[in-house]
Write a protein that binds this ligand. Structure first.
Ligand code: ATR
Length: 269
């Protein structure tokens, strides 16, 4: 019997994770299976417990269960604690360890796939929800010159920045969108949920610089944020690389082998 893994979410049929992990497993010759499992909205813990009881070795967790997975885990990595959310579970003799590989996936995509070094850069993170929170600590650990969190609801950005005070050498700053006027950044990351809609954020035109990078966490569509950045002459990336890299990090956690993600990313494109 191959070792069993799965991704849990609701909805889940669109998930690319089974394909990504099948490609990783083939590449590294790991004897494992990886399914997509639809958990009922009120039945995430039961679904995970059933999977464990059936011999499951680990799981990925996606929308809307990452906070529930955080509560379900019996041990947490530092980056999962900082994110207050878990996307990777490992099961061992009844214990459930929780990790969050989203931020590491973003950083690896930026550095390895896009060739963008974060040290001493000016970074702007748009949004103060779960997606933003999940990537802050790994971004700070790269020692940027500045990390500013900007959010429509300014208060939420301030509260989020405060949570990370003292956790890394760089102290995050916070503001609303209006305070971005006159500022520019080497890297602008869209972690708001507007990437899923056609709503454009009220961003000042000089925010993006010609040699900079605009990173949209959503993938599979040209979002208003990507259009804004392109219009300003900025290089643009979507979140597909982050998806593949967070999966590679989870795979490494489970199997102790790091897959090469470049051919997998190319296959998905
Ligand atoms: P996620 O888990 O995807 O981060 P979330 O926790 O609901 O989802 O957070 C959504 C983020 O997108 C928030 O930063 C939200 O801003 P507010 O805190 O002001 O609500 C942001 N967002 C959603 N719709 C937006 C819009 N139309 N304009 C600007 N920001 C928006």
């Amino acid at each position: 019997m191959p070792d069993r893994y799965a991704v849990f979410g609701n909805p889940i049929s669109h998930s690319k994770s089974p394909r990504i992990h099948a490609l990783f497993a083939a590449q590294t010759q790991q004897d494992m299976s990886y399914d997509a499992i639809l958990a009922p909205l009120d039945g995430f813990a039961t679904a995970i417990n059933n999977f464990m009881a059936a011999g499951g070795r680990g799981a990925n967790v996606t929308v809307p269960f990452k906070e529930e997975a955080f509560k379900l885990a019996t041990t947490l990595t530092a980056r999962a604690q900082a994110a207050c959310a878990v996307n990777t579970l490992s099961f061992h003799e009844g214990a459930i360890s929780g990790d969050n590989t989203d931020g590491a996936g973003l950083v690896r995509d930026l550095k390895s796939n896009l060739g963008f070094d974060l040290a001493a850069k000016r970074i702007l993170l748009l949004g103060a929800g779960g997606a933003a929170r999940g990537v802050i600590l790994p971004l700070l650990e790269e020692k940027p010159a500045t990390l500013i969190i900007a959010n429509r609801t300014e208060e939420k950005a301030f509260r989020l920045a405060l949570e990370f005070a003292g956790r890394a050498d760089t102290l995050p700053e916070a503001c609303g969108f209006a305070q971005l006027a006159g500022q520019s950044f080497d890297l602008v990351i869209n972690a708001t949920s507007t990437g899923l809609s056609d709503i454009a954020l009220p961003l000042p035109p000089h925010l993006f610089v010609a040699r900079g990078l605009a990173y949209e966490m959503v993938y599979g569509r040209e979002t208003p944020f990507m259009k804004q950045a392109r219009a300003a002459g900025c290089r643009v990336a979507d979140g597909l690389g982050m998806l593949v890299e967070q999966a590679a990090e989870a795979f490494f956690t489970w199997r102790g082998v790091r897959p090469v993600s470049v051919p997998v990313l190319a296959a998905l494109r």
